[in-house]
Design a protein around this ligand. Structure first.
Ligand SMILES: Cc1cc2nc3c(=O)[nH]c(=O)nc-3n(C[C@H](O)[C@H](O)[C@H](O)COP(=O)(O)OP(=O)(O)OC[C@H]3O[C@@H](n4cnc5c(N)ncnc54)[C@H](O)[C@@H]3O)c2cc1C
Length: 398
């Protein structure tokens, strides 16, 4: 084990917080540097799948139990037309198959549970990282306000527009996927929304609307639509009006839930990804979560992959004789798996907004679609603690 090792994580999102927890549990000295003034939720709600929950369970026991209490376990998924007719409905049986549920949860709850598990002095707010330089044995980080910090190892968990990644690899801006998303969370009791259920409504003109029970009486809604223009902020109307223009005449409760949502609670973002990197590390610096492998959110795997990364990186650092060996092992383990998820997310994301989206999404609801079952088994049964293989499933190898 490489110790004592002082580790700096740039980014206090859910990937950075989970990594801090994993490293502290392994006895490392960790600081998280976050640019924000407070840990604020950046998303409204999200789905945690068995692979992500297994990783969190390995990181620290008790976390998953707290999440289960705060969230909602998905039992049923329904696909509908925008007019409201049901195309397909299926029971969700991942708990029986993989020993962990499909857990929908408010972002703020997840973030609060992770943050509460950390000692209070671990996260340093108001630290905007501008870049770093490294030598063979140290990394020096530069923050706005002329602050500098020296560390033995730097982990960039600073999201899709990562400064750490940019300093390491100087790559281009993220790829705009041609879609914009709007999302919010709201207490909205209504007949059409059942507990422990999710409903996806789809239309042939490149639009989808998702409604998810995220527990404690809250519903997460997420609207997305094809758009040639990703500069959403420059459009004339407000985000809420933009959603209502596109979805206001859809089957209820779509219009009603958007109308009831306060304007300030609607998050509007272009959907982007980045093509996979061949390496994530150089010297004493590596990447994690969206900084390493941002994907479009069609499989709901971004946060789940960040938890897998956190688990794997902590394990590699704990057992390797030196930093270089640990980071090599981390990359070897994580890059092949995240590449598969990137490919699948991109393909499915694209197809879900084509004129035949009803057929594409309907096919995915069928219990024994060729390839889909194998993919889900490979995806959800990932469990670092049981040393399952992390290579690509045979049918997905190129
Ligand atoms: C519409 C949508 C729905 C999604 N749904 C799901 C889902 O259901 N399930 C799922 O698993 N994933 C989902 N995702 C993906 C998920 O949001 C991301 O993969 C996840 O948030 C990545 O976490 P992260 O910690 O790597 O990055 P982020 O969450 O982006 O966190 C990065 C952190 O770094 C900080 N930061 C950035 N730059 C700097 C800097 N220079 N200095 C200091 N701090 C900095 C930021 O303030 C932020 O706190 C969804 C994404 C979208 C867009």
């Amino acid at each position: 084990m490489i110790k004592p090792l002082n580790i700096a994580i740039v980014g206090g999102g859910i990937g950075g917080l989970a990594t801090a927890l994993a490293l502290l549990e392994r006895g490392f000295d960790v600081q998280v540097y976050e640019r924000a003034q407070a840990l604020r939720p950046i998303g409204a709600g999200l789905t945690l799948t068995p692979n992500g929950l297994n990783s969190l369970d390995t990181i620290k026991s008790g976390i998953v139990e707290s999440l289960k209490q705060a969230g909602s376990q998905l039992n049923e998924l329904t696909l509908k037309r925008s007019t409201g007719e049901t195309i397909a409905s299926k029971p969700i049986t991942v708990m029986q198959q993989y020993g962990q549920p499909m857990l929908n949860i408010q972002w703020s709850k997840l973030q609060a549970i992770l943050a509460a598990a950390l000692p209070p002095d671990v996260v340093r707010l108001q630290h905007y990282c501008l870049g770093f330089e490294q030598s063979s044995d140290r990394v020096r980080l530069f923050f706005s306000g002329d602050k500098t910090v020296e560390t033995d190892l730097l982990i960039g968990a600073d999201g899709i527009n990562s400064v750490v990644r940019q300093t390491l690899f100087r790559d281009d801006a993220p790829n705009y996927a041609g879609r914009v998303s709007w999302r919010a969370i709201i207490q909205f009791p209504c007949q059409q929304l059942s507990p422990n259920a999710s409903t996806l409504l789809t239309a042939a003109d490149g639009k989808n609307f998702l409604l998810v029970d995220v527990g404690e009486g809250y519903t997460f809604w997420s609207a997305s639509a094809l758009s040639t223009d990703d500069f959403v902020r420059q459009w004339a109307t407000t985000p809420k009006n933009r959603v209502l223009e596109r979805f206001g005449d859809w089957a209820e409760p779509v219009g009603a839930i958007v109308k009831a949502t306060p304007e300030k609670d609607i998050v509007e973002r272009p959907i982007c990804d980045r093509p996979p990197l061949k390496h994530w590390s150089q010297g004493r610096v590596t990447l994690l979560g969206d900084a390493a492998h941002p994907v479009v959110p069609s499989l709901g795997q971004g946060a789940n992959m960040a938890f897998e990364d956190a688990c794997e990186l902590a394990e590699c650092l704990a057992v390797a004789p030196d930093v270089e060996t640990a980071l090599n092992a981390y990359e070897r383990s994580r890059i092949p798996r995240t590449e598969v998820i990137y490919d699948r997310s991109a393909t499915q994301g694209y197809r879900s907004y084509q004129p035949d989206s009803e057929t594409t999404l309907g096919e995915m609801m069928k219990p024994s679609q060729m390839g889909q079952d194998d993919f889900e088994t490979w995806l959800y049964s990932y469990n670092r603690s049981s040393n399952l293989p992390t290579s690509k499933p045979n049918e997905l190898k190129q």
